[in-house]
Design a protein around this ligand. Structure first.
Ligand code: XUL
Ligand code: CO
Length: 435
C-alpha cells in the first residue's frame, strides 16, 4: 500500500512530551465521567478541508502541496484521494469524517453523469470504511459552489435550479445512507439574499420549508434513521442568510412544522459572525433539546469573515465540553473539524499539527469541564441564584398557574426584595482556577 504522509501514527505521550507529532492530552482510552475520551469527543475530519482545500484566498491561488493529486476532475483522481484521506484518519486516530457530494466526486456535465461519478467514488469509501472501521458522521450536498446556485438553491427564484437542488440532495441522502452515515447536514450556503429589492423573502422561506419537508418524506421512504442537522450561519457568502443563528433556525423549523425532524449543527466561527459566543449558540440549541453536532473551529475575531481556524483556545473548548457533558453527551453527532490551515501552512504535515492541536485542545476542555462539574461549586451557585423560585409561589408561576392579580397582591404587601450579587468576577476567578 502507498504511504502518502511521512508521519507515524500519532500516539498519546502525555503532557511532558516535547514531540510535536504526539498527543499531550488526548488519550483515547482514558476514562472521564465513565466514558473514554474517544467516546466523549467523537472527532471528525472534514473532507473538504483536508483533501480539497487548496488554501487559496481572494488575492491569490492555492498554496497547499498535494503531491498525490493530479489536479484533474477525473474519477480516478477522486478515488485516489480517498486512500490518502483514510491514511490521514488512521494516522491521526480520528474516527469519523464528513463530506459534501462534490468534495468527494467531480461535478460533471449533467446530474446523471455526476451521480455516476459519485457512485464510483462511494465504492472506494465503502471499501476503506470496511478496512479501517472509520465512520461517516454526516454527509451533505454542495448547493453553493456551482454558478447555477449563485441566487440560491432551495430558495432560488428559478424553479429549474430548485429541482436540480432537490435531485442532488436526494442522491446525497442515498449515498449517505449507503455509507452508514450517522446524520445528514443542511447548510444553506446560498439560501439568503444580497438585496431585498429583488427578493420575495416569504416566498423563498416557503420554498425552503417545502424542500425540507420533501427531504423528511424521502428520509422516511428510504429508511434513513439518522437525524437531519441544520447549520446556522448569518452571512458569507450571502449578505443575510436565512439560517442566521440558532434562534432563527429554531423559529423557522417551528413555524413550518419541521422542529421534530431537525437538530442543529453549531459552528464556532458562525456563532461569532452572528455576534454571539459559541456558548450562547450551544445554550440556545441545547435549551430546545436540539444540539445535535458541532463543527469545531474558531474564527479570528479581528476580521469579519469565516476564517475556519483550528480551535486552540482552552476557554472555548471548556465551554463546549461543559455544554456537551451538560446535555448528557453527543449521541449521533461529533466534533467535526470544519477548519483549515492558514494559507502559509502549505505542507501536508501541517494538516497533522492542526488536527493534533485541535484534538488536544478539546481533550483539555473535556478534562477541565469534568473537573468543574465534579467540584460542583459553579452548578451550586447557579442553583442557589434561583432559589427564591424553589417555593410554592415560584412553582405555581413556572406551571403557568398564577396571575398578575395574585402577584400584585403579594407585591403590594411584601418588603423590598433582598437581591443577591450575580458574582460574575467571583465565578470568572473560579473558572480560571481550573484552566
Ligand atoms: C461553511 C460551512 C460548511 C458546512 C457544510 O461555512 O461551515 O462547510 O459545514 O456545508
Ligand atoms: Co461547517
Amino acid at each position: 500500500m502507498n504511504e502518502y504522509f511521512k508521519v507515524p501514527k500519532i500516539k498519546y505521550e502525555g503532557p511532558k512530551s516535547k514531540n510535536p507529532l504526539a498527543f499531550k492530552h488526548y488519550n483515547p482510552t482514558e476514562k472521564i465521567e465513565g466514558k473514554t475520551m474517544r467516546e466523549h469527543l467523537r472527532f471528525g475530519a472534514a473532507y473538504w478541508h483536508v483533501m480539497r482545500n487548496s488554501l487559496s484566498d481572494p488575492f491569490g491561488g492555492g498554496t497547499a502541496q498535494m503531491p498525490w493529486d493530479d489536479g484533474s476532475d477525473s474519477v480516478a483522481n477522486a478515488q485516489k484521494r480517498v486512500g490518502v484521506f483514510f491514511e490521514f484518519l488512521e494516522k491521526t486516530g480520528i474516527d469519523y469524517y464528513c463530506f459534501h457530494d462534490r468534495d468527494i466526486a467531480p461535478e460533471l456535465g449533467s446530474l446523471k453523469e455526476s451521480n455516476k461519478a459519485l457512485d464510483e467514488v462511494v465504492k472506494v469509501f465503502k471499501k476503506e470504511q470496511k478496512r479501517t472501521g472509520k465512520k461517516l458522521l454526516w454527509g451533505t450536498a454542495c448547493l453553493f459552489s456551482h454558478a447555477r446556485f449563485s441566487q440560491g438553491a432551495a430558495t432560488s427564484p428559478n424553479l429549474g435550479v430548485y429541482t436540480h437542488a432537490a435531485g442532488q440532495v436526494k442522491k446525497a441522502m442515498e449515498v449517505t445512507k449507503e455509507l452508514g452515515g450517522l446524520g445528514y447536514t443542511f447548510w444553506g450556503g446560498r439560501e439568503g439574499y444580497s438585496t431585498l429589492w429583488n427578493t420575495d423573502m416569504k416566498r423563498e422561506l416557503d420554498h425552503l420549508a417545502a424542500f425540507l419537508h420533501m427531504a423528511v418524506d424521502y428520509k422516511k421512504e428510504i429508511g434513513f434513521k439518522g437525524p437531519f442537522y441544520i447549520e446556522p450561519k448569518p452571512k458569507e457568502p450571502t449578505t443575510h442568510q436565512y439560517d442566521s443563528d440558532s434562534a432563527a433556525c429554531l423559529n423557522f423549523l417551528r413555524e413550518y412544522g419541521l422542529l421534530e425532524h431537525f437538530q442543529l449543527n453549531i459552528e464556532t466561527n458562525h456563532a461569532t459572525l452572528a455576534g454571539h459566543t459559541m456558548l450562547h449558540e450551544l445554550t440556545v440549541a441545547a435549551g430546545a433539546k436540539r444540539l445535535g453536532s458541532i463543527d469545531a473551529n474558531c474564527g479570528n475575531e479581528l476580521i469579519g469573515w469565516d476564517t475556519d481556524q483550528f480551535p486552540t483556545n482552552i476557554y472555548l473548548t471548556t465551554q463546549v465540553m461543559l455544554s456537551v457533558l451538560g446535555m448528557g453527551g453527543l449521541k449521533t453527532g461529533g466534533l467535526n473539524f470544519d477548519a483549515k490551515r492558514r494559507r502559509e501552512s502549505h505542507e501536508p504535515i501541517d494538516l497533522f499539527y492542526a488536527h493534533i492541536g485541535g484534538m488536544d485542545a478539546f481533550a483539555r476542555g473535556l478534562k477541565i469541564a469534568a473537573a468543574i462539574r465534579k467540584d460542583g461549586r459553579l452548578e451550586k451557585f447557579v442553583e442557589k441564584r434561583y432559589s427564591t423560585w424553589d417555593s410554592p409561589l415560584g412553582s405555581k408561576i413556572e406551571k403557568g398557574k398564577s396571575s398578575f392579580k395574585e402577584l400584585e397582591k403579594i407585591a403590594l404587601e411584601q418588603s423590598e426584595p433582598d437581591l443577591a450579587s450575580g458574582r460574575q468576577e467571583f465565578l470568572e476567578n473560579l473558572i480560571n482556577d481550573f484552566i
